[in-house]
Design a protein around this ligand. Structure first.
Ligand code: G6P
Ligand code: MN
Length: 446
């Protein structure tokens, strides 16, 4: 079984490889091909992987290439985890938006639109190559903004592309834990929305919805990440537990001002941190795995730090620091490759699940997964306030896809202007000016 990782020089690749190393079962991945545009990043990550594999008998063999078509040929699974424009691009996405007084975040609001506009054309090119060179492969998309990028790719790959994210999984795990589920797997999580825009409306353990018990108990409710972030009162008003990314909507003013006041934005912080890591990896005597792990721990500990600070949420729980997207990726591959049926929250085409959206709209929803792919399960409709947000943001995503298709600057302005977190058409116009000035990847917007 051959797995190709696009963005193979990326910092999170060792998480995926670490998950593969735990898989001893039949039909497991035996060959990993790393693809990246940058040789030195490939070299750095390959060093970490080599140390990870050192004591593992028959660890998956790793090769690296900068030739995309070569990487795709013969792949059974393709992970796409690319970052168009790099972390400098992310820092610019933040800076331009914050200067206009609106949110600059890699997936939400103006920053997410800018990132989407430069990522979609690249993702579409990849999808077209996959359709030509590896038509039977399954594409697992981690590339953000994950819902939008998955939808762009699905226009060429249909249901062969599946988007993943660790945030609903982490949320489900936290709720299941505070409710006393012995194993989070035994809980059924009623969750739906778009990527980074979803709500848990129920959590059944042994057939019983335990969410009302959580909402009724202020102490329990305030004891985990989302409880601290949103506050007990607001969660009780909602009667649901939102994905952490909804903090940018419900507490937008505070988030924007905290981001404006921060010494460095998240993107700028990570750009520096990661540059140091890749620099260190050039030293022949560097302790690759130890350095990587230390860098990873710092990255995890500071995740959404400004949001937590405005909410007085304190430090992250130790249990939340170990990520989890690699586990979703592995579970998804196993379910498909070995027909090991399981349920996972994934980004797939709607197919009638949410009646307010058309069939091809990519949504985030629990899916039954087997050798035939991911099948969304039926869920209850969202309340009006959530439906409103989901429909607005999906409409924005559609404008981004249209702008990427046509190269129309007016359509790009429309995408920004229609976003609920952009408060004026004039702001949208200036955002397009600002972003096209700093991003070479937006030169196509004539
Ligand atoms: C979560 C999200 C991912 C996102 C990551 C950002 O895991 O689900 O979509 O890429 O956070 O973390 P970072 O360390 O890059 O700020
Ligand atoms: Mn995510």
């Amino acid at each position: 079984m051959k797995l190709t990782i696009l963005g193979g020089g990326g910092f999170r690749v060792p998480l995926v490889y670490g998950a593969l190393l735990t898989d001893r079962g039949e039909g497991r991945v035996t060959e990993v091909v790393l693809h990246d545009l940058d040789d030195s990043r490939l070299y750095a990550v390959a060093r970490v992987l080599a140390e990870q594999a050192a004591d593992v008998p028959d660890a998956p063999q790793v090769t690296a290439t900068t030739d995309l078509d070569e990487a795709l040929r013969g792949a059974d699974f393709i992970f796409s985890a690319i970052r168009v424009g790099g972390l400098e691009g992310r820092a610019n996405d933040e800076r331009v938006a914050l200067a206009e007084g609106v949110l600059g975040q890699e997936t939400v609001g103006a920053g997410g639109i800018a990132y989407g506009l430069r990522t979609v054309p690249v993702a579409v090119d990849i999808a077209q190559r996959v359709a030509r060179l590896a038509p039977d492969a399954w594409v697992i998309n981690f590339t953000n903004p994950a819902g939008l990028v998955t939808e762009a790719m699905s226009r060429h790959l249909g249901d062969r592309v599946i988007g993943i994210c660790d945030s609903p999984v982490g949320l489900g795990r936290r709720i299941a834990r505070v409710l006393g589920a012995k194993n989070p797997q035994e809980a059924w999580i009623d969750y739906v929305g778009l990527n980074h825009l979803g709500w848990v409306r129920g959590l059944r353990i042994a057939g019983r919805d335990e969410l009302p018990r959580l909402l009724a108990d202020p102490e329990l409710l305030g004891s985990f990440e989302e409880g601290k972030l949103f506050g007990v009162d607001w969660l009780r008003s909602l009667g649901a537990i939102p994905n952490e990314y909804l903090h940018y909507y419900y507490f937008n003013r505070e988030a924007v001002s905290a981001y404006q006041q921060a010494d460095k934005t998240r993107g700028a912080f990570l750009a520096d941190q990661q540059a140091r890591f890749y620099q260190e990896m050039r030293r022949p005597d560097a302790a690759a795995l130890t350095t990587w792990d230390r860098t990873r721990a710092e990255r995890e500990a500071t995740y959404m730090a400004e949001n937590r600070e405005t909410a007085g949420a304190g430090e992250r729980d130790a249990d939340d620091l170990s990520g989890g997207y690699e586990k979703v990726a592995l579970a998804l591959m196993r379910a498909i490759a070995r027909d090991e049926r399981t349920t996972l929250i994934l980004n797939v085409r709607n197919q009638g699940t949410l009646s307010v959206l058309d069939t091809d709209a990519v949504i985030e929803v629990p899916c039954l997964v087997d050798a035939n792919g991911a099948h969304p399960v039926a869920v209850a409709p969202l309340p009006d306030h959530a439906t409103g947000l989901v429909c607005s943001v999906k409409a924005v995503e559609r404008e981004v896809l249209a702008a990427a298709d046509s190269g129309s600057r007016a359509t790009a302005v429309k995408a920004f202007a229609l976003h609920p977190l952009v408060d004026s058409v004039n702001v949208a116009r200036r955002l397009v000016e600002g972003y096209t000035a700093v991003h070479p990847g937006l030169a196509y917007l004539g």
